[in-house]
Design a protein around this ligand. Structure first.
Ligand code: SF4
Length: 373
């Protein structure tokens, strides 16, 4: 079996303060054991490489939590090992998520020196009222400062995460956010709608969200503004300058493989043993103590694999080819389409010859995804 492209996800599980909408594996903790965690990550990586073999990574992604809290010196042994094993090179895309409330120029320079070449800044909004409603720890000036400092240090690949459909947001506020992004001239934008997830403070005590009409008006002005910045809409919530699409996420959406290390991280691996998902223990204290440390594995069963692949692949405007579908699921694409997507074809929601939403289907993507479920 030809190995699939493989990425590496590294989870950093701490935040200064938990945001009320957040369902990620993130924990408030005053003084985490960063040095111990750096050692545990290295140990975790070695165990995965032993189990799944060493092939160069197409990308690395430090997600969280708040990776920008992590002192860069404690990541040095991990980077050194990755370089010694030729698992990363100068052209590997390496992203780190940064929260503007943790702006530290020493950290930013340190990440750049390690070889991290892409920063994803979790801004969510530049509006003070919206930031307060979202429980964010930073203000507009800190967000702008983080992006400008990152550029000055040499980061050329910058993403900004912005939310819409947030409490108190009007189309005018959303447009103001996007105009600031335009002036900052970043290469990638994630513009996504707030959703209320179970196990969050917003779920227990829902905030007042904008009415449907306001959401529609916000989307209309938002898409137009983003388009005028020269950012191409290539995935449901992702927009990029040509060639600046994020390889790491494209690999997820195209159902490639990835190792996941760090507390609560997930992985997906294809090998002679089959199609597997892996998961680490969620609690940072257990991870640090190396209790139940190794990944648990579960197979992705035939009945789910095709649907999982397309739930990701159809998020891409370009969809996913039959060749990719076959090599990444082991299933026959024509048979899958005939069995599961006849109704979508009848309604004209898909283009022929690959799994790709038609223009009409793109507006009704949720409907196609429901058919897959
Ligand atoms: S900063 Fe990010 S990871 Fe941390 S609580 Fe807020 S949304 Fe979650």
């Amino acid at each position: 079996m030809k190995p699939l492209p493989r990425a590496l996800y590294i989870h950093i599980p701490w935040c200064i303060k938990k945001c009320p909408y957040c369902d990620f594996n993130s924990h408030e903790q005053g003084n985490p054991d960063f040095a111990g965690y750096g050692r545990a990550l290295l140990h975790d990586l070695e165990a995965d490489l032993e189990r799944y073999g060493s092939i160069p990574f197409v990308s690395l992604f430090f997600g969280g939590g708040t990776p920008s809290l992590f002192p860069p010196q404690h990541l040095e042994p991990l980077f050194q090992r990755l370089k010694d094993l030729n698992l990363v090179s100068d052209i590997t895309e390496i992203t780190l998520e940064a929260n503007p409330g943790t702006l530290d120029l020493g950290h930013l320079s340190g990440y750049h020196d390690l070889g991290i070449n892409r920063l994803s800044v979790g801004v969510q909004s530049f509006n003070q009222g919206v930031l307060k409603a979202l429980g964010r720890i930073h203000d507009r000036d800190q967000a702008v400062a983080m992006i400008e400092h990152a550029k000055a240090i040499g980061f050329t690949r910058l993403n900004v995460d912005l939310m819409h459909g947030t409490p108190g947001q009007t189309p005018a506020i959303a447009l103001e956010d996007l105009n600031i992004v335009r002036d900052l001239e970043i290469s990638h934008l994630s513009w996504y709608q707030l959703t209320i997830e179970p196990n969050t403070a917003f779920y227990s005590k829902p905030p007042k969200l904008p009415e449907e009409e306001t959401l529609e008006a916000t989307e209309a002005v938002g898409y137009e503004a983003i388009n005028s910045m020269g950012l191409q809409h290539y995935e449901v919530s992702a927009f990029a300058k040509a060639g600046e699409e994020v390889k790491h996420n494209v690999n997820y959406w195209e159902f490639g493989d990835y190792l996941g290390i760090g507390a609560g991280s997930h992985g997906k691996i294809t090998s002679e043993r089959g199609f597997m998902r892996t998961q680490r223990t969620r609690q940072p204290s257990n991870y640090l103590a190396r209790t139940n440390f190794y990944a648990t594995e579960r197979p992705i069963l035939d009945g789910y694999r095709g649907a999982e692949c397309l739930m990701n692949g159809l998020r891409l405007k370009s969809g996913i080819s039959y060749t990719y579908f076959q090599e990444r699921t082991g299933l026959d694409p024509i048979e899958f389409r005939t069995t599961h997507l006849m109704e979508a074809d009848r309604l004209g929601l898909l283009k022929p010859e690959r799994f790709q939403a038609s223009r009409f289907g793109w507006r009704h993507l949720n409907h196609i995804l429901e058919m897959l479920i």
